[in-house]
Design a protein around this ligand. Structure first.
Ligand SMILES: [Zn+2]
Length: 382
């Protein structure tokens, strides 16, 4: 966009992007490229920042208080409103309008639910380990050794771990809670935000007020397993999650095409109810570059869901769901993410420790190099 002065044109004449929205860079009311406002590199430690809690702002009031010490000297004692405008202009450069609007809408949506939705089973909003988990799972987690995990976990195909995890009563309560929520959404004519771009039914449990419970589920019950089984793909450093319920069957989503998850580690637990078919099919782990390459025969694996039973796999493990041909299948999904692993991945090119195609290519390079060395030795001998 910076070739031959076109930068100037784009700034002054908003051009639609391919999806019809206005390009944020070209909207002069949003970000002026000639804006000279900037912060200082070191803070003025003895400056006491103002409190911004009472203002309706698009960014956290705490962020404004924290930034204030970095304002240029002539701004430090300016009126609070002037400082807000100054800092807002800087923050806008880092957060495009569409993203801010999305975040704000989602915040309002969650707030509306928290304030108005009457939970059906309050007891599932905080973890009660004995009521949630099967005794065998709980014992393995409490023993916290690879041996104890292996005693209750099966690995029917490389990198796919399955185990009994949830009590039937908990599964029933969670299913009826989601049912109850969907009825409430319908009755109050509230618009529901679906779990992801591929599922058109189900609900995000974090929005329902289960964020803290799911955080604890990830920290205390999934990270111990991920530390052992997903050590090389961010398992030990999982630090955020997206938790939701998906529904398959007649009048629901029927199947789900091959895809990878937006997660480092995915926990997928069948909650019930009665259903036929609907197997998970796997096609090997791939990095971004190799996501569309052919699977090897040993990477092809089908798994049949059992209520209460969990599957734990790498988020980059390509998978899909076969059609649920009768009944209703409901699954709890927890996408667990590691921000430090994602950051580190940006600087790496070879993922042969987990990507099947990177590994195949590396082996091929090694094979060729050995063959060339042998050829060279033979030549010298003769
Ligand atoms: Zn790869």
């Amino acid at each position: 966009m910076s070739q031959n002065g076109s930068c100037w044109d784009r700034r002054n004449q908003p051009l639609p992007t391919s999806d019809g929205r206005l390009d944020n860079f070209s909207n002069p009311s949003l970000v002026s490229l000639s804006d000279s406002r900037k912060l200082c590199t070191s803070p003025k430690i003895d400056h006491k920042p103002e409190n911004y809690d009472d203002l309706q702002l698009e960014f956290s009031p705490f962020l404004f208080s924290s930034l204030e010490q970095y304002l240029p000297p002539d701004m430090l004692d300016a009126p609070r409103d002037a400082k807000v405008q100054y800092m807002k202009a800087i923050l806008y450069r880092y957060s495009p309008e569409s993203e801010r609007t999305r975040v704000q809408r989602h915040k309002e949506y969650k707030q509306r639910i928290i304030l108005n939705y009457p939970p059906l089973h309050k007891e599932i909003y905080t973890i009660h380990a004995e009521n949630f988990f099967t005794p065998s799972f709980l014992k393995a987690i409490r023993d916290n050794t690879e041996e104890s995990f292996r005693s209750v976990i099966a690995e029917p195909s490389t990198g796919i771990y399955t185990f009994e995890m949830l009590q039937p009563q908990f599964c029933e309560m969670l299913v009826s809670e989601v049912d109850h929520f969907e009825r409430w959404v319908h009755e109050t004519k509230c618009r529901i935000m679906r779990p992801n771009t591929m599922n058109h039914y189900g609900a995000v449990l974090d929005d329902l007020g289960m964020e803290t419970m799911l955080d604890k589920l990830m920290n205390d019950y999934i990270i111990p397993l991920a530390r052992v089984f997903f050590a090389g793909v961010g398992g030990p450093t999982l630090d955020s999650h997206h938790g939701f319920v998906v529904e398959y069957g007649i009048h629901r989503d029927t199947e789900l095409g091959l895809h990878v998850d937006d997660s480092e580690v995915t926990l997928n637990i069948c909650l019930g109810k009665q259903f036929t078919e609907g197997q998970l099919f796997f096609r090997g782990v791939r990095c971004d570059e190799h996501v569309n390459t052919q699977p090897l025969s040993e990477e092809i694996f089908d798994y049949s869901h059992v209520p209460g039973r969990a599957v734990l796999h790498n988020g980059r493990h390509r998978h899909g769901a076969r059609a649920t041909t009768s009944g209703q299948r409901i699954n709890l999904i927890l996408w667990c993410r590691s921000s430090s692993f994602r950051e580190m991945k940006k600087y790496l090119k070879d993922f042969s420790s987990w990507c099947g195609e990177c590994r195949r290519k590396k082996k091929e390079r090694e094979r060729l190099s050995i063959a060339a060395t042998k050829q060279e030795l033979l030549k010298r001998e003769s």
